[in-house]
Design a protein around this ligand. Structure first.
Ligand code: BG6
Length: 477
C-alpha cells in the first residue's frame, strides 16, 4: 500500500438529506415541506422551476418523498452499515418542518427534536460525526402559503429561530454545520432551492435576488448563532460547484465562462467575504433590480462569514457565445451546459469530468483561501441486481476512484480539504427527477420508481471498495 496523500484526520463519509431519505412525511407531527408537493417526471420539473404547485398533496398522485427510503424508521440499520464501511462522518439535514411544523409554531415539536437526538446519538455511538445542513431543499409549506417563502423578509426571522433552536439543542453532538444546501440552486430551480412560486407578470429575477438576499442574511445570522452557541464548531456554506469552461479561446467565450461562474460565486462571495461583489452591483444596475436591504444587513454579512466552503461536484460545465454551438446542450443539466466533446456523460446526461474536481477545488481555494469540504460527489446510475442478489457497480467505483484521485491531487496542490462525503451512500430519491432508479449508493435499497419494493438494504460491490478506500485513508483506490 502506498502512503496516503490525505491528512490523517480526513473526514471520509457520505451525505444524504432529510427530504430524500427520511420519508415518514407526517410522522411525529411533522408539517408538510416543499418536497412533499413534488411528484415525478415532467410535473416535478415544472414545479421545481417555480410553476405553481398544488399546495396540498393530490389524491392519486405519487410523491416519492412521502416514504422515500424510510430512513426515519431504518436509520439504525443504515448507520450500522455506514459504520461497517468505516465512516468518520455522515452528512444529514434537519427537516425544518419536523422541528417547526408550520414554520412559526410557538414552541418546537418535541417528537421532531427527539428524532434528531436519537439519530445523532446513534451516529456518535459508532464515532461517526454528524455534519448537519440546516436547509436542504426544505421549506415548510405553511410558510410558502403564508409568506411566499423566501420572497419575504419574515423568513429571516423565522429561520433564525429555527437555527438557534437546533444549534442550542444539538450543540454537544454536532460540530460541523452548513447553512443552505446548494444556495445557488435558487437561480436554477427556485421552488426546490427556496420554495419560490411565480405568477404571470412577476419579475422573476427581482424576486430571486431579493430571496437570495434574505437567505444570505439568514445564513450569516446562523453563522453568528453557531459561533456564539458552539465556539468549537465550524459552520460552512454550500455551493453547487463545477467550473464553467469556455468552449473556445474566443475572449467572448472566456468572458461568458467567467460570468457564468460568477452567477454561482456571487453567493459564496457574500457568505465567505462578507460583502456584495462589484460585479453583482453592476448586474443589479444593468438589470434594473433593486434589492431591499435593512440598515444592519451589510454589517451582519461582513461580521459573520463562514468557516469553510462546502461544495458539491458532479461535473464541469461548458459555455459558448456561438448560437450554433449552443444548440448542443447536454440534457439533464440544471445549469444549462453545452456538451463537452472531450467528455462522456452519464445516462442522465451529466458530464463526467474527474479533472474538473481538481480544477474546481483549486479555483475555490484560490478565491477564498478557506478550507474546503467536498460534501457531495457521486454517480447516478441504474443498477441491476443479478439472480445471485449481487450488484456489480464497477461504473460507480470507476467514477468515484477517479474523482477521489483528482481530489488528492488538489490536496497536493496545496488545497486544504476537510473531508469527502460522497452523495447518497445508500440509494435515495433523486432530487431532480424524483426517481429511485437513479442510484448513487454503496447500499442498494429495494424500492422502485413507483414506490414498490421491500425496502431491503443490500451492500453493492462498491460497499467493499469504499470500505477499503477509507481504511487505507485513500491510498488504496
Ligand atoms: C445535489 C443535491 O444537487 O445533487 C442533492 O444537493 C441531489 O439533493 C444531488 O440529490 C444529485 O442530484 P439528483 O438529481 O441526481 O438526485
Amino acid at each position: 500500500m502506498t502512503s496516503s496523500k490525505f491528512p490523517e484526520n480526513f473526514l471520509w463519509g457520505g451525505a444524504i438529506a432529510a427530504n430524500q431519505a427520511e420519508g415518514a412525511y407526517l410522522a411525529g407531527n411533522k408539517g408538510l415541506t416543499l418536497v412533499d408537493l413534488l411528484p415525478t417526471g415532467e410535473k416535478r420539473r415544472s414545479i421545481m422551476k417555480g410553476n405553481v404547485p398544488a399546495l396540498t398533496p393530490l389524491e392519486g398522485e405519487f410523491y416519492p418523498s412521502h416514504e422515500a427510503i424510510d430512513f426515519y424508521h431504518h436509520y439504525k440499520e443504515d448507520i450500522a452499515l455506514f459504520a461497517e464501511m468505516g465512516f468518520k462522518v455522515l452528512r444529514v439535514s434537519i427537516s425544518w418542518a419536523r422541528i417547526y411544523p408550520t414554520g412559526e409554531d410557538a414552541v418546537p415539536n418535541v417528537a421532531g427534536l427527539k428524532f434528531y437526538d436519537d439519530l445523532f446519538d446513534e451516529l456518535l455511538k459508532y464515532n461517526i460525526q454528524p455534519v448537519v445542513t440546516l436547509a436542504h431543499f426544505d421549506v415548510p409549506v405553511a410558510l410558502i402559503q403564508k409568506y411566499g417563502s423566501w420572497r419575504s423578509r419574515k423568513m429571516v426571522e423565522l429561520f433564525e429561530i429555527y437555527s438557534k433552536t437546533v444549534l442550542e439543542r444539538y450543540k454537544d453532538k454536532v460540530k460541523y454545520w452548513m447553512t443552505f444546501n446548494e444556495i445557488n440552486m435558487l437561480l436554477h430551480l427556485p421552488f426546490l432551492g427556496a420554495g419560490l412560486v411565480f405568477q404571470e407578470g412577476d419579475n422573476v429575477k427581482q424576486i430571486q435576488y431579493q430571496a437570495a438576499h434574505h437567505q444570505l442574511v439568514a445564513s450569516a445570522l446562523a453563522v453568528k448563532a453557531c459561533h456564539e452557541l458552539i465556539p468549537d464548531a465550524q459552520i460552512g456554506c454550500m455551493l453547487a460547484a463545477g467550473s464553467f469552461y469556455p468552449y473556445t479561446c474566443n475572449p467572448e467565450d472566456v468572458f461568458q465562462g467567467m460570468e457564468k461562474d460568477r452567477e454561482s460565486y456571487f453567493f459564496i462571495d457574500v457568505q465567505s467575504r462578507g460583502e456584495y461583489p462589484g460585479y453583482a452591483k453592476r448586474f443589479f444596475r444593468d438589470q434594473g433590480l433593486s434589492i431591499e436591504m435593512e440598515p444592519d444587513d451589510a454589517g451582519i454579512l461582513k461580521s459573520h462569514t463562514v468557516d469553510y466552503i462546502g461544495f458539491s461536484y458532479y461535473s464541469s460545465r461548458t459555455t459558448s457565445t456561438d448560437p450554433e454551438v449552443q444548440k448542443n446542450m447536454t440534457s439533464g443539466n440544471v445549469f444549462g451546459s453545452i456538451a463537452n466533446p472531450y467528455l462522456a456523460k452519464s445516462e442522465w446526461g451529466w458530464t463526467i469530468d474527474p479533472k474538473g474536481m481538481r480544477i474546481t477545488a483549486n479555483q475555490l481555494h484560490d478565491r477564498y483561501q478557506k478550507p474546503l469540504f467536498v460534501v457531495e460527489n457521486g454517480f447516478g446510475a441504474h443498477d441491476e441486481v443479478t439472480p445471485e442478489g449481487e450488484i456489480n457497480d464497477d461504473y460507480r467505483i470507476n467514477y468515484l476512484k477517479r474523482h477521489i484521485a483528482e481530489m488528492s491531487e488538489a490536496i497536493q496542490d496545496g488545497v486544504e480539504i476537510l473531508g469527502y462525503t460522497s452523495w447518497g451512500p445508500i440509494d435515495i430519491v433523486s432530487a431532480s427527477s424524483g426517481e429511485m432508479r437513479k442510484r448513487y449508493g454503496y447500499i442498494y435499497v429495494d424500492r422502485d420508481n413507483e414506490g414498490q419494493g421491500t425496502m431491503k438494504r443490500i451492500p453493492k460491490k462498491s460497499f467493499g471498495w469504499y470500505k477499503k478506500a477509507i481504511q487505507s485513508n485513500g491510498s488504496d483506490l
